[in-house]
Design a protein around this ligand. Structure first.
Ligand SMILES: [Mg+2]
Length: 157
């Protein structure tokens, strides 16, 4: 049986940091949105892909060892983010994640082997399988254990 991997979007597949930085350059952006960039209209519509993410996911997929799912927590007060995330996944991965996208703010309730996530929020901290802490920790300003897609691939393949 294939092992199950849940993959977070922002900070793992999506370079959300780059997208926010660009949005904050808008001089007309209100202070409220500057402090809550996840509520900027269309901020989730077409953010750039995280470096190495496409190649990494495709390598995991073609290894045939894993069943891959998206596990993402959209911005609750930006309801279009739910739809924009679904469209983003199709744009970059075609049908690879068709009907394999879990939208949740309780990742601790997911049943599976691995969760690749940059943060501990939304239940990731209490995920029952193994959390592979990815990329950069913006709160602590340090690199996580698996700092890029190469290190994830090295561990899993
Ligand atoms: Mg994230």
């Amino acid at each position: 049986m294939k092992k199950i991997i849940f993959i977070d979007m922002d900070g793992v597949l999506v370079d959300f940091g780059k997208q926010v930085k660009k949005a904050r350059e808008n001089p007309n952006l209100s202070d409220r949105l500057k402090n809550h960039p996840d509520q900027i209209p269309n901020i989730f519509k077409n953010p750039p892909v995280y470096e190495g993410a496409i190649e990494g996911v495709n390598q995991l997929y073609s290894s045939n060892l894993y069943d891959l799912f998206i596990a993402t927590s959209p911005a609750w007060f930006n309801p279009m983010s739910f739809t924009h995330k679904r469209l983003w996944i199709e744009k970059y991965f075609g049908q690879l994640f068709k009907k394999k996208m879990i939208i949740t703010h309780r990742k601790d309730l997911l049943i599976g082997d691995y969760l690749i996530d940059d943060r501990l929020a939304n239940g990731a901290k209490d995920f029952k399988g193994k959390l592979l802490r990815f990329g950069y920790d913006y709160e602590k300003k340090t690199w996580n254990e698996y700092r890029d897609w190469d290190s994830i691939i090295k561990y899993l393949l």
